[in-house]
Design a binder for this molecule. Structure first.
Ligand SMILES: [Zn+2]
Length: 273
């Protein structure tokens, strides 16, 4: 009982220490199966390298955050170039967490940009097709989100980016894939060159929801508060906001509050396709 009381007190404290945004809905976080059992997927199929797919989301401890000039590592755009704000969602498609996010975006008539991982696009083509059909912008986020992607040899990188595009296009024939986002934001000129061969433009971010930092910010209501705080504190005119849908049940819950908050302050756009 003491432990339960302490937990309740902690949750109450976390709630009170949030950013002063409207009260969050806490329900979804406890009902999503993704919170307890991550989906498994295979990378078998195309001749992928030996490593297994990383479950790590975007975001990099090395990457500059939140402010600064309009270009991130190696010139990748960090801002939209206009007053409009672009929401970007990385690492999906996720069969559990992407559909509720799409529902939310549709309800508020918001277009966003989805940075898709190739093998997941292969595994969940219907979600890719829906993302494209609903007018969101598409971004190649590599085949399997390797941490050392920037160190892979030319033949691998060329294969990886092409395989990812092919998986997206198999799911959404004729769709336009406009952007490339390196895993963890680890861009470099060589990667950008291979992306350019596929007419992909590197895209960074200037606001990071840090959904991946569960070690520091926890999960559940604490993470929902953290996402809300980061986005509300650091989004400014022209921001590109990095969030995550894959295996992140907190994102849609946070955005149920954040989208109306953002719409009251900014124009929200999908990045130009
Ligand atoms: Zn990522």
């Amino acid at each position: 009982m003491r432990r339960a009381a302490a937990l309740l007190a902690t949750l109450t404290l976390l709630s009170l220490s949030s950013c002063g945004s409207p009260t969050h809905s806490r329900a979804a976080i406890f009902t999503s199966p993704a919170a307890v059992s991550p989906a498994t997927s295979s990378t078998t199929g195309p001749p992928a390298p030996a490593s297994s797919p990383s479950a790590q989301p975007s975001g990099s401890r090395k990457a500059p955050r939140k402010s600064g000039p309009g270009r991130g590592p190696d010139g990748a755009a960090k801002i939209t170039g206009t007053d409009a704000v672009a929401l970007t969602f990385d690492d999906g498609p996720d069969p559990v967490n992407t559909p509720p996010l799409l529902d939310l975006l549709k309800r508020y008539n918001v277009k966003a940009t989805f940075c898709l991982v190739g093998f997941r696009a292969r595994d969940y083509p219907a979600i890719v097709a829906r993302i494209a059909a609903e007018g969101h912008t598409l971004c190649n986020h590599t085949w399997q989100h390797l941490e050392d992607f920037s160190k892979r040899d030319d033949s691998y990188v060329r294969w990886d980016l092409k395989a990812t595009n092919d998986a997206i296009l198999a799911a959404a024939p004729g769709a336009k894939i406009t952007y490339f986002r390196a895993p963890y934001g680890n861009f470099n000129p060589r990667l950008d060159g291979f992306a350019a061969e596929l007419h992909l433009k590197p895209i960074h971010w200037d606001v990071d929801d840090e959904t991946w930092r569960t070690d520091r910010y926890g999960t559940g209501p604490a993470m929902i508060d953290h996402i809300t705080h980061e986005v509300q504190t650091f989004t400014r005119r022209g921001s590109i906001v990095l969030s995550h849908d894959n295996k992140k049940p907190w994102t849609a819950t946070a955005y149920a509050q954040l989208i109306p908050w953002l719409q009251a302050r900014f124009q929200l756009i999908g990045l130009p396709a």
